[in-house]
Design a protein around this ligand. Structure first.
Ligand code: ZN
Length: 113
């Protein structure tokens, strides 16, 4: 189990703690405003492998401090499945929001926090 710092008071706390014991800040809502980029479509993944990657990366990213996750989905079946999956995450409030990036949308921007 790793540790992380509270962005508000700097206290070092275990990674899985949700509230800072020192300043009571809600740690799982803290963000440094950064964007992580992942690619789930360009290493020969089939759709179910791509969805497993997406799920694992979203879950990892939500434990970190990044605000956004940019998911490169390419075109075709992985893209369609990824769009459906993040729409489902949004409905279940796993993520805050999502949007397709630009007009030809080979990427989805996911707002985590
Ligand atoms: Zn704190």
């Amino acid at each position: 189990m790793g540790t992380k710092s509270c962005l508000d008071c700097g206290m070092l706390v275990p990674e899985d703690i949700r509230r800072c014991p020192k300043c009571d800040n809600q740690l799982d809502r803290q963000t440094d405003g950064s964007t992580l980029t992942i690619d789930i479509a360009h290493q020969g993944e089939n759709v179910s492998e791509a969805m497993r990657k997406l799920e694992a990366q979203v879950s990892d990213a939500r434990r970190g401090v990044a605000q956004n996750l940019r998911v490169i989905v390419g075109s075709g079946a992985i893209r369609d499945a990824a769009i459906a999956r993040v729409a489902d995450y949004e409905r279940r409030q796993v993520i805050v929001a999502h949007q397709l990036e630009g007009n030809n949308a080979g990427a989805i921007l996911v707002k985590l926090k």
